[in-house]
Design a protein around this ligand. Sequence first.
Ligand code: HEC
Ligand code: HEC
Length: 278
Amino acid sequence: MKHNRMRAHFTGILVLLFAGVGQVIFAQESHIGGLTGEGSRGKQLYRRYCVGCHGPLGDGRGENAPWIDPKPRDFVTGTFKCRSTPTGALPTDEDLYKSVTRGFVNSNMPSWLPLTKQQRADLVAYVKTFSSSFREEKPPSPLSMPSESAANQQSIQSGNELYQKMNCWSCHGKEGRGDGPSAQTLVDNRGYPIPPYDFSVGTRFKCGESNQDLYRILMTGLDGTPMPSFANGLTPAQAWDVVHYIRTLQMNVKRKKQTAENEKKDRGESKPVGAQPE
Ligand code: HEC
Ligand code: HEC
């Protein structure tokens, strides 16, 4: 009799303990602008929309993962590509929110813009529960970004010289076609081959499409990939020069696009103004 009660008591403690652990795991929040995301709500959404790729444990081993290249992110390691924070640091909630909203070009990661802002904020909070890093550290403040210099001929020329000097070409190739001498040998932090970006294809960039986004990629690096941070190698003024030079590598494609766009306009098929996603 006494024995039984003790066991009941013990089970009670266990239940409490697990409830406690559950609390710790799911009490993660995110703060995006005025929004507060709740991990507990994000969990339901994650199970519905993300689990097939990122897996129930957030380790990137969802059931679709074997057929996907590049592989879905492993959230457990706390390593993220698109950050406003220095290399090696955690991303901010805002960084994660932008990635979820934007999706990743040239990958299977879709844009989740169709979900509400609150839902995306809740998802960010839940994604953070998979890595203990988010409980142990705070992301440092974002890298400061001085305002952009003029994209004149002199800046482009300086960017070209830096592109050679900083060995960008060894991976990205002399003309930025992703065919440098090391290109074939590169692997990511999980050992999967990863091609350097081919600038000539002119699609948008992984972490956004503005010059500011490009500047950030150069100065923070794409963590988990061979693309390093140049925060110690380039001054802010030099980084802007490199951004301006990289844009010229995309020029041909842009011109082609522009021609097609003009032809379309000519046929009266132009897109309505303001049709851009947020
Ligand atoms: C069809 C597969 C797929 C689905 C579904 C999917 N993802 Fe992804 N996700 C990926 C892939 C692939 C990457 C890696 C892309 C890359 O490295 O270029 C990724 C990367 C990410 C990243 C990494 C951002 C960074 O900076 O490194 C986050 C965060 C993320 N996904 C969140 C989500 C959330 C939240 C959902 C559900 C709403 C989701 N994903 C659904 C495939 C998917
Ligand atoms: C050691 C090899 C290596 C070097 C050196 C290198 N990169 Fe990269 N870079 C990569 C790889 C690999 C990727 C693709 C990462 C990915 O797909 O996630 C990349 C991606 C990028 C991207 C983002 C493309 C995208 O998908 O959004 C930019 C921009 C870029 N590199 C510019 C540069 C510039 C400029 C330099 C020199 C200052 C440089 N890289 C030096 C390997 C390198």
